[in-house]
Design a binder for this molecule. Sequence first.
Ligand SMILES: Cc1cc2nc3c(=O)[nH]c(=O)nc-3n(C[C@H](O)[C@H](O)[C@H](O)COP(=O)(O)OP(=O)(O)OC[C@H]3O[C@@H](n4cnc5c(N)ncnc54)[C@H](O)[C@@H]3O)c2cc1C
Length: 454
Amino acid sequence: MGWHQAVKISITRKAYQEETQFLRQPSSIFRAVIILFQPIAACFPQIAVAVKCFVKQSVELLIYTSMESTQTVPSARQTTIPLDAPCRLNPLLNRITELAPDTDSEGEFPESAFSQLADAGLLAITLPGHDLDFTQGQTARLLQLLKRIGSANLAVGRVYEGHINALYLIHRYATPEQQATWHADACQHRRLFSVWNTQAEDGIRIDESNGLYRLTGAKTFCSGASWVHRPLITGHLQADSRNGWQMAIVPTERVRKIRQDERFWQPLGMRASASFKLDFTGVEVTESDLLGQPGDYLRQPYFSGGAIRFAAVQLGGAEAIFQATRSFLMAMNRIDDLLQQTRLAEMAYLIESGNQWLQAAGDKTDQWLTQGTDWTTIVGYANMTRTAIEEICLRVMPLAERCVGARGLLRPNPFERLHRDLTLYLRQPAPDATLVDIGKYVLTNLQPANELWS
Ligand SMILES: Cc1cc2nc3c(=O)[nH]c(=O)nc-3n(C[C@H](O)[C@H](O)[C@H](O)COP(=O)(O)OP(=O)(O)OC[C@H]3O[C@@H](n4cnc5c(N)ncnc54)[C@H](O)[C@@H]3O)c2cc1C
């Protein structure tokens, strides 16, 4: 996207803000209706909330529809869901939640969920001029979104996090021309991105030959597999001028067929993430498909600091379990029992402490990046966030199991799937090394305890 397009989007956004002012400062007719409505609202609060939500949705729809007719930038059309309007976001997430059991088998992928995320503009939400524009430092809000999507379906959350991670790496390392191409891919062509770094012994080599770059080897845990149109892969580049761990974004429709090993994916949970093994041998990419320089992918604090994003998705899994446990106990009429109450209490404060980790990690990351704080501090805090959230999730699961008992763990109750998914998704790279690094940090940075993370 060029600068002139970004300006047009920001002008349209300003128009939207001005148009929505009247919701906050109602005209006299509106005021009269509201005054008449108030006594009814006081008597029937639930009906009042529903009416308010309906009116707000209708007005927003009207505004966005009128915006579309004046829009010259197709990308802006997609950002139709204001994140801070629960009455727009919740129905979308509820639909994704309802669809989750349908794709809980090997070989399935939540296509419908991604098509709905694309319709809602959420594939482009971090691009310039959009709601969570990376340049505006809104990490805490992004983490909340990732958590909410993870809560609807952990597999969707995993794949969506990979998409956002790729867009972040593009934001950091792509040239302006590359950004224009890849932003259009996400925004106009609704193409899904991913980051596939994990590999086994037969990992990727990138060899330069006659101006082309030929890939040899495979990646494991390729979430989204062939449903991803723009996988960001890493591999060892060997070229005349450069060597090292190189990123490339593969334009899948323009290269030879990438062989897919589905037998690799026989997992405990997260079946719908379709994290197959993919063999890139024989695939050729060009210079313009290479992203950044060798070593950029591993550059800190961005590499390890990104762990707060998967931690956010994981916390979404714990929130889904909490939500389902509460509904189950209510349906069983078991909410007056003291032990059930104490278990729910513990789950509630654990999850809320996870929310506070996300808020602090998001805010501090933005602040520290702006201030140029030493990267080890940013990574140290991210390491603590992911470790704390892992512990929270590991504690929430047995509490829920005890609440619902064996009967609750039978399908079609959701617990069986939610537990399998969260158990697997909690297994992220190098948990031991992460904990050790936190220990090293606090043993070598000898500020007073209350100043360690301020
Ligand atoms: C659902 C799902 C989707 C995924 N999607 C993607 C994706 O899209 N892209 C991607 O790149 N990756 C993806 N991954 C992979 C993920 O990022 C991690 O790399 C992977 O989960 C780590 O695997 P592991 O637990 O087997 O690792 P391991 O490194 O084998 O860790 C297992 C245990 O061994 C310990 N350990 C590690 N090294 C050593 C050692 N040298 N000696 C002794 N102990 C050691 C660890 O601390 C840990 O306790 C996905 C994973 C999952 C579960």
